[in-house]
Design a binder for this molecule. Structure first.
Ligand code: ADP
Ligand code: MG
Length: 304
């Protein structure tokens, strides 16, 4: 059954279509069951925290949603500007392109290139999609400034603190105009004050701009800052969501209504209707993101 056009919903598909939907995902690694039938819908503009014990399948779920891995069974649908894309059916090359153009990634260790400067690290994804170096570095510079890293452009990654390096990673994840950001334990290697700071940068620059954040975390305070928390256990979603709306859907074909009031979006700065940057086309993503980011310049992140 299509999750995008289910007449049983009684709601217009356009109004309910999630930006990302997983339906009955399964993934085994040999005898180990990493995902045992996970269904999840993520609305544009929400921040979803994925929690659960180590080995419960959080990273596997994130990787399946993001097209890093292919599930053994089940569907992952991404609502791109051009229409729904079945991520699980794409070839390796197509998934790689989707990740490059539409998604951004932040990991526990930033996976930044240590031999490059902060500026070069952020400019690299743009150069990989064809931007001339000068323009790529101009845009990268803008993002570094938005991340509170003016003056640190020429530092190599080893010359930055953990929090600064994570903010470089956040800039790098978004410089190409990604509409969905995936983060796996982004504060896991940081002390709590620095982690808080990095989480502010991550939320403000993603959901604060109308984009979507899916974040795996062990940290309840990180999860509490997201609009919704889902919990995993033994490769399955647990039902009890810790936050009000929207609930994790046990099956993606269920009606899915985006929240109407900004009060339901604690991680966001503005209600979705006012977000201008939402759903920038992947082909021309870079014009808008840095300028819109100027709205969160006032956050005053300390130089951790
Ligand atoms: N590449 C892999 N090869 C073999 N087993 C894996 C691999 N990735 C994950 N697993 C197994 O799948 C299960 C879920 O792992 P993972 O998704 O990394 O959990 P989490 O992120 O919640 O710690 C674990 O049992 C883990 O050992
Ligand atoms: Mg993990």
């Amino acid at each position: 059954m299509s999750i995008h056009n289910d007449p049983a919903n009684g709601v217009s598909p356009a109004a309910v279509a999630p930006v990302l939907a997983a339906e009955n995902l399964h993934k085994n690694y040999g005898p180990a069951r990493a995902l045992g039938g996970v269904s999840l819908a993520v609305a544009a503009g929400e921040s979803v925290a994925i929690m659960g014990a180590s080995g419960s399948g959080k990273t596997t779920l994130l990787h399946a949603l993001a097209g890093i891995i292919r599930p053994d069974a089940g569907a992952v649908t991404f609502r791109s500007i051009a229409g729904p894309v079945r991520v699980d059916e794409l070839s390796e090359k197509e998934r790689s392109r989707l990740r490059r153009e539409s998604f951004g990634f932040v990991f526990q260790q930033g996976l930044l290139l240590p031999e490059l400067t902060a500026l070069e690290n952020v400019a690299l994804p743009l150069m990989m999609v064809g931007y001339p170096r000068r323009e790529a570095e101009g845009r990268a510079m803008h993002w570094l400034h938005l991340m509170g890293l003016a003056g640190f452009e020429a530092r190599r990654i080893g010359e930055l603190s953990g929090g600064q390096a994570q903010r470089v990673a956040i800039a790098r994840a978004q410089v190409t105009g990604a509409t969905v950001i995936f983060a796996d334990e982004p504060t896991g290697a940081l002390d709590s004050a620095t982690g808080d700071d990095v989480m502010s940068a991550l939320l403000d620059s993603t959901v604060g701009q109308g984009n979507t954040l899916v974040v795996v975390t062990h940290d309840e305070t990180v999860a509490a800052r997201c609009s919704r928390t889902i919990r995993m256990r033994d490769g399955m979603l647990q039902q009890a969501a810790s936050q009000a709306a929207p609930q994790a859907v046990p099956h993606a074909a269920q009606p899915y209504a985006a929240p109407q009031s900004s009060a339901q979006w604690p991680g966001a700065q503005q209600p979705p209707a006012q977000w201008p940057a939402a759903q920038q086309p992947p082909a021309a993503p870079v014009q808008a993101a840095p300028q819109n980011g100027a709205q969160f310049l006032g956050a005053g992140w300390s130089q951790q």
